[in-house]
Ligand binder design. Structure first.
Ligand code: FMN
Length: 343
C-alpha cells in the first residue's frame, strides 16, 4: 500500500492522497478585473476530476496594484468572490480540497503600475525601482491580506496559502537581500518577520480558516537567509497558527546559481521536516517512485505538482496505474467490469 495514495489530515482538512496541485499563474484573463474566466474553471476542475487531493489556486492579488501582471486573478471584491465560490463548489464535487495563494508582488509587480512598492527602494535586477513603503502603508497591506482571507473563507475555500516565497513582497521583507530598512520592519530576523507575523496574527483574529505558507528555503546567495534562518521563521509562523509549509526556493536574485534536477528542492523539505514541521516537496517530481520514496523517507508529508499536472491532468490516475492501486482513487470499476462482461 503506497503512502502516495494514502490520506492525511492537515489542520482541519483531510486530503484523500498526497498529490496537490501547486499554485501556477495561468494569465488566462484578458481583462484586469481579477475575475476567474471559463478557462480557469475548466483548468482547475480538470485537475480535480483527475484525482488530486488538493488544488492551490494560482497567486491571487490582495489589491488592485499587487499583481505580477495586471491580468492576475484578484480576491478583494464581491464579484471576484462570487466567481471563486462557484469554482470551490465545482472542485468540492470531486472530493478535492481547494486553497488559494494570496499574494502581493512588491518590487516584482507589473512595471506598468505607476507606483511599485517594496520594503526598500531597491530594484530586482533591471526591473523598475520600487518606492519604500511607509509604516502606515504596511499596516494597510496587512488589512488587504486579512480582507482577502475573509473573502476566501466566505467563498468556501478549505485553506489559504500565504505567498511568502519567490522574492515577492513578503519574501522581500523576510530577506536581507531586499530588506534594508532601519525601523521595526528591518534588521534582525524578528524585525524582518514582523510584516508576515502581523498578517498571520490579523488573519488569526479575524478569520477561522487554515493557513498554509509558501517560502523560499534557499535564496541562492551568501548574503540571503540560511536554511537555519528559514526554519526559525517557519517556527515563528507556526506560533502564529500556520499549519503547513510549502517549501520552494529562489526568486530573490536574478539567474540564481542553481542546478535543476528531479527533486532539486527536496533536501530543503527534508531539513524542515526534520525540524518538526509539516511540509511538502515540489520541483520535477513526476516519477511516482521518487514521490513514494520522498514520503517513505520522511522527506516531506505532501507532494506538490506543477508542470507535470499541466502536461497530464490525470497524473494521479497514472500514479495509481503504476502503483497498481486503482481501488484507492474511486474509479467506477464496478460499472467498467459490468460493461466488459456484456461485450
Ligand atoms: C506556469 C507556471 C506558473 C507558476 N505560478 C506560480 C504561482 O502563481 N505561485 C507560486 O508560488 N509558484 C508558481 N509557480 C511555481 C510552481 O508552483 C512550482 O513550484 C514549480 O513549477 C516547480 O514544480 P514543478 O517542477 O512540479 O513544475 C509556477 C510555475 C509554472 C510552471
Amino acid at each position: 500500500m503506497s503512502k502516495l495514495l494514502s490520506p492525511i489530515k492537515i489542520g482541519r482538512n483531510i486530503f484523500k492522497n498526497r498529490v496537490v496541485m501547486a499554485p501556477m499563474c495561468m494569465f488566462y484573463s484578458k481583462t484586469e478585473n481579477g475575475v476567474l474566466t471559463n478557462r480557469h474553471f475548466d483548468h482547475y476542475v480538470a485537475r480535480a476530476l483527475g484525482g488530486v487531493s488538493g488544488i492551490i489556486v494560482e497567486a491571487t492579488r490582495v489589491n488592485e496594484f499587487a499583481g505580477i501582471r495586471k491580468v492576475d486573478l484578484g480576491l478583494y471584491n464581491e464579484e471576484q468572490k462570487q466567481a471563486f465560490k462557484k469554482l470551490v463548489n465545482r472542485v468540492h464535487d470531486y472530493d478535492c480540497k481547494i486553497g488559494i495563494q494570496l499574494s502581493h508582488a512588491g518590487r516584482k509587480a507589473d512595471s506598468s503600475y505607476e507606483d511599485i512598492v517594496a520594503p526598500s527602494s531597491i530594484a530586482f535586477g533591471d526591473c523598475k525601482i520600487p518606492r519604500k513603503l511607509t509604516v502606515d502603508e504596511i499596516k494597510s497591506l496587512v488589512k488587504d491580506f486579512t480582507n482577502s482571507a475573509v473573502l476566501a473563507k466566505d467563498a468556501g475555500f478549505d485553506f489559504i496559502e500565504i505567498h511568502g516565497a519567490h522574492g515577492y513582497l513578503i519574501s522581500q521583507f523576510l530577506s536581507p537581500l531586499a530588506n534594508k530598512r532601519d525601523d521595526e520592519y528591518g534588521g534582525s530576523l524578528e524585525n524582518r518577520y514582523r510584516f508576515l507575523g502581523e498578517i498571520l496574527k490579523s488573519i488569526k483574529e479575524n478569520v477561522d480558516i487554515d493557513v498554509h505558507l509558501r517560502i523560499s528555503a534557499n535564496e541562492y546567495s551568501e548574503d540571503g537567509n540560511t536554511i537555519e534562518d528559514i526554519i526559525k521563521i517557519l517556527k515563528f509562523a507556526r506560533e502564529d497558527k500556520v499549519v503547513f509549509n510549502d517549501i520552494s526556493s529562489g526568486g530573490l536574485i536574478p539567474n540564481p546559481p542553481r542546478e535543476i534536477f528531479s527533486g532539486y528542492q527536496a533536501l530543503l523539505s527534508k531539513k524542515i521536516k526534520e525540524s518538526g514541521l509539516l511540509c511538502s516537496a515540489v520541483g520535477l517530481l513526476s516519477d511516482f517512485r521518487l514521490c513514494e520514496y520522498l514520503l517513505q523517507s520522511e522527506t516531506c508529508d505532501m507532494i506538490y505538482q506543477g508542470r507535470a499536472l499541466l502536461r497530464n491532468p490525470n497524473l494521479v490516475y497514472e500514479f495509481a496505474n503504476n502503483l497498481n492501486e486503482f481501488e484507492k482513487i474511486n474509479l467506477p470499476l464496478d460499472s467498467y467490469v459490468s460493461i466488459k462482461n456484456k461485450r
